[in-house]
Ligand binder design. Structure first.
Ligand code: PRX
Length: 661
């Protein structure tokens, strides 16, 4: 059977499909033997396979399994090191794993300086389009120049290696420049998503003890202005450590500038101190690169810490194999740099690979649902990485919108953030990828730093499955006792061995790091997700098993939403749960007990929604606020959200023996 015939060949669900790639490209297919795969299977085309970095994926995986350190050392050797490592993996203080110990590097050297010394100097590093149609582009030379300028400014403001700098902006190039400038001088960046609001920003400024805040005057979202500086001013009233606020002019709206604290970015960038060369800090491989706050099971968001060495190798290598990045490619990750997807695969991964990355400021449907497809045609995007929620949202408008554009430049598509339903997968595959482009459904987390369960383009795909763990990774699905479950049984998704881009600790809270990830199943990293593994070893991630809600792929904690509700004077107690939503994946529903003296009303419900929006950000606004007289609790006072969820869905609440009343 010819491989190219397999490209569009697929079997009906439930039937056995035969995989015969190796017959035609012997030893080069990812499956070297004929193998039966169950379910609906989509095969890669010859065109994709022949040029793929992952042409010999099965071999690469076998080698990595036999020699984990050897595999990662080989990948690391493709990057520049001021000094090579003494040891690839140091596991002497588990679970505080160290990678490339003794090595000296700086991720920015590999993102910029390495390229400006070659023909890539004049290659475009970043192409940007604003929501209002504005266009900007940066060559590797220009991005390095502006990074150096801003790094010089930060230095002149007294920012030193190890200091924290918070960055709070929309999707604009200055966000990338600010991140790289921090990393260049060894400062730790803490990017706060521009969709977050006062309390979320305040909490992150306070916890990170940031010295500097880099903010934009405002940002554009669906034609409206989000007043970022105004939000920041409110947050700053409660944050004591910030000495300087650097303001990027994006919208040009009038903002309050506090004398002695606030300075305009564009004015600083024109000063003689903003030198176009700036010494690069030589970092230890294990020195912190950034912290990024994310929601966990309980309490406040935690600051996940990543480092210069291991993180760099992990994101470089995963992007190369999974998106099959080639010199001439244009790559677009539609995420926001304020989340891990943006850190790893808008900023660091593409630059490490020397590729041209495209960034778009606004919403996919603004002003019309043709916006994305128009930009793919206009810029000739080859690799597109987005989220199921965006696909589902665009699907609603029908095929006519994408069909008006030439999408033939696309080669590989990607998905991330939440499980992709097979219907959305197939629409993406058929309508956007024209049955030519394999879909890389990448499962990973803020904590993992890099893709973990992911196909490579040479692999047969099953809609809704992220296929298998990346090379060198041992992952499994286990029961309550930590024992592997059988095929197709649901259980806890765990990781059984270390990887270079892994979380090193929770900033300032190593105890919580151990407790949160490594204590439930000794020796295994607990992901917080449930999953099943089918008879072919393909993983199917089901969703979170903890109190995290994924809304449109954004990760939110019930605790944060509840504490935002409780901070309103009318609220005595509150509970938040996620319920299935057609486009967002999950939507937030909240249950509120009022303090005596307050009356239930639709108006108050709306006021509470707005209050959560003001404190946390619009994404955290509950879909619905329902007033209740009591909340289901355990005898120890924990809210049983599972019971609320079952009730809302009209399901059996299961075991309620611990219910107080
Ligand atoms: O539940 C999983 C879901 O997103 C969680 C991690 O969220 P965050 O740290 O914000 O990172 C998101 C982007 C990497 C996971 O625990 N998740 C992420 N990707 C997928 C996914 N669930 C299913 N399929 C995916 N491809």
């Amino acid at each position: 059977m010819a491989v190219n015939k397999l490209a569009t060949g697929r079997d009906k669900a439930g039937e056995k499909a035969t995989l015969q790639l190796s017959k035609d490209i012997k030893g080069e297919g990812i499956m070297s033997e004929e193998k039966k795969l169950t379910g609906e299977v989509f095969y890669p085309s010859e065109a994709v396979i022949t040029r793929a970095h992952a042409k010999n994926w099965e071999e690469i995986c076998e080698e990595a399994e036999e020699d984990l350190e050897g595999f990662w050392a080989k990948e690391a050797n493709e990057l520049h090191w001021f000094k090579k490592w003494d040891k690839v993996l140091d596991d002497s203080q588990k679970p505080f794993y160290k990678w490339f110990t003794g090595a000296k590097t700086n991720i920015v050297y590999n993102c910029l300086d390495r390229h400006t010394q070659t023909y890539r100097r004049n290659k475009l590093a970043l192409i940007w389009e604003g929501e209002n149609g504005e266009f900007r582009s940066f060559s590797y030379f220009a991005l390095r120049r502006d990074t150096c300028r801003f790094a010089s400014i930060l230095k002149s403001l007294g920012v030193q290696k190890g200091d924290r700098v918070t960055i709070y902006m929309g999707r604009i190039p200055e966000l990338v420049i600010a991140m790289l400038a921090c990393a260049r001088i060894g400062a730790i960046h803490s990017v706060v998503y521009g969709g977050f609001s006062v309390e979320a920003l305040h909490e992150r400024l306070e916890d990170s003890q940031s010295k500097v805040l880099v903010v934009a005057d405002g940002s554009y979202q669906r034609g409206k202005i989000v007043h970022l500086k105004q939000i920041a001013d409110e947050a700053l009233q409660r944050a004591a450590t910030v000495e300087s606020v650097l303001v990027v002019k994006r919208t040009g709206e009038e903002v309050n500038m506090e004398a002695g604290r606030d300075m305009w970015y564009h004015e600083l960038m024109n000063l003689p101190i903003a030198g176009t060369t700036c010494h690069i800090e030589v970092m230890d491989a294990e020195d912190p690169l950034f912290i990024l706050y994310t929601s966990g099971t309980t309490g406040k968001p935690k600051a996940i810490l990543h480092t210069h060495g291991g993180y760099m190798v992990g994101v470089y290598s995963t992007l190369k194999y999974v998106f099959d990045v080639h010199e001439e490619d244009r790559y677009w990750c539609s995420a926001d740099p304020g989340w891990i997807t943006g850190h790893s695969y808008i900023v660091y991964g593409p630059l490490l690979n020397g590729t041209t990355s495209f960034m778009y400021e606004g919403a996919p449907t603004h002003p019309f649902p043709n916006r994305w497809w128009q930009m793919i045609e206009k810029y000739g995007i080859n690799l597109l990485y987005t989220a199921p929620t965006a696909i589902r949202g665009l699907m609603r408008y029908g095929e006519a919108w994408p069909n008006r554009y030439d999408l033939s430049s696309l080669r590989i598509l990607g998905s991330v953030g939440e499980p992709i339903n097979p219907e959305a997968w197939k629409w993406y595959y058929r309508v956007i990828g024209k049955e030519r482009c394999p879909i890389m459904d990448t499962w990973w987390q803020t904590e993992t730093g890099m893709f973990m369960i992911t196909p490579v383009p040479t692999m047969p795909l099953k809609p809704g499955s992220g296929t298998r763990p990346f090379a060198g990774l041992k992952m499994d699905v286990v029961n309550e006792g930590g024992e592997p479950v059988g095929p197709n049984e649901e259980g806890y998704l765990v990781i059984k061995n270390p990887w270079p881009a892994m979380i090193r600790t929770i900033y300032k809270d190593p105890g919580r790091y151990v407790e949160q990830y490594w204590s439930r199943f000794p020796g295994m990293y607990m992901t917080g997700d449930s999953a099943r593994k089918d008879e072919d070893g393909y993983f199917w991630v089901i969703g979170r098993v903890d109190d995290v809600i994924k809304v449109s792929g954004y990760r939110l904690g019930t605790a944060e939403i509840e504490s935002a509700l409780v901070s309103h004077p009318a609220v005595a107690e509150a509970a938040a749960i996620g319920l299935p939503h057609e486009v967002k994946g999950n939507a937030i529903y909240s249950y509120v007990m009022l303090k005596s003296g307050f009356e239930k009303s639709d108006q108050l419900a709306e006021e509470l929604r707005q209050h959560v929006g003001h404190e946390m950000g619009p994404i955290a606004k509950p879909e619905k606020v329902e007033f209740v007289d009591s909340l289901p609790k355990t005898r120890s006072g924990k809210i049983m959200r599972r019971v609320l969820k079952a009730k809302a869905l009209g399901q059996d609440p299961g075991n309620i023996s611990t219910l107080e009343e």
